[in-house]
Ligand binder design. Sequence first.
Ligand code: UDP
Ligand code: MG
Length: 316
Amino acid sequence: MFLSVVVPCMNEQDAIPALVARLEVVIAPYKERAEIILVDDGSTDATWDAIVAAQSRVPQLRGLRMSSNRGHQVALTAGLEAARGGRIFMLDADLQDPPELLADMMAMMDRGYDVVYGSRREREGETWFKRASASAFYRLLNLMSDVEIPRDTGDFRLVSRRALDAVLAMPEKARFVRGMFAWVGYRQIGIEYTRAARTVGETKYPLRKMIRLAMDAMTGFSTRPLRLATRLSFVSLGVAALMMIYVLHSMLAYQTVPGWASVIVAISAFSGVQLLTLGILGEYIGRLYLEAKNRPLYFISEDTETPVPVQLKTRA
Ligand code: UDP
Ligand code: MG
């Protein structure tokens, strides 16, 4: 197998036909040496039926159905683990990332790159809020993170087998795939492209999921927030010491009990800092807990290649 195309799909029933049609053209040069893996991430619409229908028409297509919704990054991981190709191409189901860029990415890989990622030059049809939050996210992430994670880059990329194997060797459950590829190293390069608007359906990334992804990214690639907690407490201790001097001074000098305002200010400022640092600790401890449980990331309930679900395929 030369090429695997991996696409996570959640509630993308209307996107599947167009997606498969465009992918067919793109993989045509590789004939049966290419496969398309569509991972149904616990969709509640007819996505699986659309995948099965497409599979009956396109023999290189393989559908994997997850036992329930596990999120974009886990669905992507499931597809990557099933991939058998020497080169692996991953993209979203909604055709926001043009599959036709594969040819250019292939050319780059021929020149010796292990990871060729798509870098968004422009984003069409996305709300102001999405763009602003995405841009703030990448900036903050790189400020915090210990590895350089390319800006304005999603999971749209072509990777070599050895880069993929390196990522799959990482045991973490909180998977931030683009960061993991950045961390792996080897030779990497970006290709600029214009991100199209979603053709059908709506975004499957509500604010809640974006924040979770951001927290996974932040905690997965940096311990800087933890150190931030220590620094903040130094600052607040310093301020508290100054306050103490001021309080003592006013007690001796004016013999009054004004200070009501400053007490309130101090209490609220310091409890804010405490809550923040506790929150940061909580984020890490929560993830440590999840990693310690070491549960399988997902279960495959159906696979178009093995029609009868005989046994659950799990990721240990
Ligand atoms: N997706 C998924 N599981 C989820 C959320 C999203 O598999 O829980 C898939 C979705 O079907 C799409 C890709 O992840 O193929 C990216 O999602 P989307 O296009 O909604 O994100 P956006 O482009 O708005 O950031
Ligand atoms: Mg999208």
